[in-house]
Ligand binder design. Structure first.
Ligand code: DC
Length: 227
């Protein structure tokens, strides 16, 4: 069984996908991590990001693997663990450019489909229900108010801080993050190939006014209906 969860940055896709995977026994596939890995490898190796052909060539050759490490999944590129690097603001800023190249997206298709072979998978991304798994058994399109999405990102960034930042500092960071997030949404939604959009048969869920638990329960009901 394949469950597709698509939506913009910060809508709660990865949290919901992780909970759904745990509660209902699915493998979780974080497809954004693949584009992040392409961006990180190219940037680290000095591949000019404006050089589409060079980025596509390099992306095609990367040996990307997901390895389970207890609760967490680590991702490696050509044997090097890039799990932490791909979550940095540096990669946040460049990933949309790399993921907009059609050749990069094409190169990531077999990686995603191979992952799902013979198992129950909950995959989260932007084009899962429309392009990667158009035959998915369940498609969810998750949205949330942009400011709420920015706030979640900021709180997540500070969750391990020894001392919590002041309320004013948080608000200032939310403003900055909101601007970055809207810029990325615009890029992801307007690109020519596989833009962020809901599949016709997707179930829309707005996460702004719901708890994680409520959304996971709702997805659980939808899974039971389709099993
Ligand atoms: O979900 P995320 O923030 O890790 O995604 C990183 C980038 O990758 C995001 O800017 C859009 C792109 N992406 C994509 O184009 N298609 C996907 N299926 C997943 C992510």
């Amino acid at each position: 069984m394949i469950v597709a969860i698509d939506g913009p940055a910060g809508s709660g896709k990865s949290t919901i996908a992780r909970e759904v995977a745990e509660r209902y026994g699915f493998e979780k596939l974080d497809t954004g991590a693949l584009y992040r890995t392409c961006a990180a490898v190219c940037a680290d190796e000095g591949v000019e990001l404006d050089d589409e052909a060079a980025v596509v060539d390099r992306s095609r050759e990367i040996d990307i693997r997901f390895d389970a490490h207890g609760e967490a999944t680590r991702i490696s590129a050509d044997g090097r663990d890039v799990s932490d690097e791909i979550r940095t603001p540096r990669i946040d800023r460049i990933v949309s450019q790399v993921s907009a190249y059609p050749g990069v997206r094409e190169a990531m298709l077999p990686v995603q489909r191979r992952f799902a072979e013979g198992r129950d998978v909950v995959a989260e991304g932007r084009d899962i229900g429309t392009v990667v798994f158009p035959e998915a058994d369940l498609k969810v399109f998750l949205t949330a108010d942009p400011r709420e999405r920015a706030r979640r990102r900021v709180l997540q960034r500070h969750e391990h801080d020894a001392e919590a930042p002041s309320a004013e500092a948080i608000e200032a960071e939310v403003d900055q993050t909101l601007a970055d997030l809207e810029r990325r949404d615009a890029l992801d939604s307007s690109r020519a190939v596989a833009p962020l959009e809901a599949a016709e048969d997707a179930v829309h869920i707005d996460s702004t006014a719901h708890t994680i638990d409520q959304i996971v329960e709702r997805v659980g009901e939808l899974i039971r209906e389709r099993r």
